[in-house]
Every structure is written in C-alpha cells, then in structure tokens.
Design a binder for this molecule. Structure first.
Ligand SMILES: [Zn+2]
Ligand SMILES: [Zn+2]
Length: 284
C-alpha cells in the first residue's frame, strides 16, 4: 500500500486498555510509513469502568499527545482525538465536556446498550459472561431486542451527535461467532442495518473499516461485514481503514487485506482527516 493511503485514526495506549506509550505508537507509525496517526483513547465515562481513560489521567493524555504532535510535526501528521461513547443522557461525541477539549477529531462508538439488575451499564462486546448476564437482565434473554437497541442507538448517534468517524459499526456481533445469538441474514437484522446506513448516509460521518476483530483475534471478522460495506458503497458513504490498535505493532494490521476487500466491493477511494480537514485519496 502506498504511503498516501495508510492512516490510522483509532489507536489506544496505556492510558486506557491499550499497551505502550503514545510515543511508541508514533515510532511504530514512522516505521510503518503511516501518513497520519490519530490517537483515540477511550474518553472517560462518569461511572466506574475498567477500560476508559480515568478522568484524572485525561490532562496528561492530551498534553502528551499535543507535545508529540508538535515534536514530530516535520516527520508525521498526528491528530489528537478520543473514542467517545454514545450513551443517551450520559455522554456523546458532541457533549459540552467533549467539545471543550477542542479535539482534532472524534471516533463515536456504541458500547453500552443496557443496565444490569443492579444498575451497572454493560456492553455486548465484552466477555461473553457479561453479554449473557446483560441479555438476561436487560432484555429477558432476547438477543434480537438487544441488537435492535444497539442499532437504534447507532442511528441516534449519527443523527443527533455525529462524530467524525463511526467506530466498529456492527461490534454487537463480536460474541456472535457461528451465529450463536442471531443471524445476519434475518430480515429484522438487515432492516436494522439498512435503517442505520440510511441515517449514516445523511450524516457527515466517515465510516471506519475496523480490522481490530481480526488483528486482536476476538471476533475474527471485519467491522462492518462485507455485505454492509456493499450497502455503504451504494449510498456513497465515505470510508477509511483503522485497526483499533491496542499495541503499536497492530497499527497497520490486516490493512492490505482490508484494502483488497474494499476494492473488490467496488470502492475507489478512501476519506482521510488531515490537520487542514478532510481529503479523499484514490484506493491504489
Ligand atoms: Zn470501541
Ligand atoms: Zn477502540
């Protein structure tokens, strides 16, 4: 892949649930010849959570990222962002606290889709035990209801609180290997996805092709699935490739394969975010 098209706007670090210092990601990005590196640590949430940046560490994260952006400005384009959760009434990429940070970009993701009986928020992309408990306690064991709520929230995210980049569009399938909980062929699933894609097409968001499920060996699948990517092409939704790196070595994981898949589907260009704004580059 040519230098001009390798970028990554979705990487974590030791500040959240990733490994390694931010500077190690910069060094890996230089070695891998990335054009742009965007930091997207999990934004703090106002409740106990083991994988987001703890609020007291946020200033250090932002200061370190800005220092690196400046120190390396002649070598690589660095953007400072956060992966922000969308939880109605609690946090969103356009909430006052997030806007006040004056980030270069945001990745918006839906992780939380309900509360356990004790009020704890839970995510379908965590350990399978958490999913099982969440389904039982929030949705009476009905996976379809949970998945429909996931896409309902994704639709609200793009429609009412649009981030620059939509994170792992269908991560709700993470624990669904072998169709254990639902089939992506089910008419209700296709309908939920199509409705969300229609909202996405009407929004300013860029959709990421997230290779993290393959790179980290979790779901073993791309987010989103290829049939959904075909729906994106039909609607002319702009796309980019990100790896959701949790280690510096993962920065360009599965990129060539993802680019080949996009080309096979019919995509001819990628959309990137630069310090001066968006740009479109040919997918070659
Ligand atoms: Zn995420
Ligand atoms: Zn992430």
């Amino acid at each position: 892949m040519s230098h001009s098209i390798i970028t990554n706007y979705h990487c974590h670090s030791r500040f959240d649930d990733g490994h390694g210092e931010l500077e190690e990601y910069v060094q890996a990005a230089l070695k891998k010849n990335l054009r742009t590196l965007g930091f997207a640590g999990h934004a703090p949430v106002p409740f106990a959570c083991g994988w987001t940046i703890p609020s007291p560490l946020l200033p250090e994260y932002l200061q370190t990222a800005r220092r690196l952006q400046n120190d390396y400005r002649d070598k690589i384009e660095i953007l400072v962002g956060l992966e922000v959760d969308y939880i109605p009434e609690i946090i969103s990429p356009v909430s006052v606290q997030i806007r006040a940070l004056k980030l270069d970009f945001t990745v918006g993701s839906v992780h939380f889709i309900g509360r356990l009986a004790d009020g704890t928020l839970w995510t379908p992309d965590g350990p399978v035990e958490e999913l099982e408990q969440g389904l039982a306690e929030s949705y009476g064991g009905d996976a379809r209801k949970a998945v429909e709520e996931y896409f309902h929230r994704m639709t609200a995210l793009v429609g009412t609180a649009p981030p620059d980049v939509i994170g792992h569009f269908d991560v709700v399938k993470k624990n669904n290997r072998g169709g254990k909980y639902f089939s992506e062929d089910a008419p209700w699933y296709r309908k939920a996805v199509d409705k969300t894609l229609d909202a996405l097409a009407a929004s300013p968001c860029i959709l990421e092709i997230n290779t993290g499920g393959i790179v980290r060996g979790t779901s073993g699948a791309l987010y989103p699935s290829e049939w959904i990517l075909a729906g994106c092409l039909k609607r002319q939704i702009p796309v980019m490739i990100n790896s959701d790196a949790h280690r510096p070595a993962q920065l360009d994981g599965y990129y060539s394969e993802a680019a080949a898949i996009l080309k096979d589907i019919g995509f001819r260009e990628l959309t990137q975010i630069g310090r001066e704004g968006r740009r479109r580059v040919p997918l070659v």
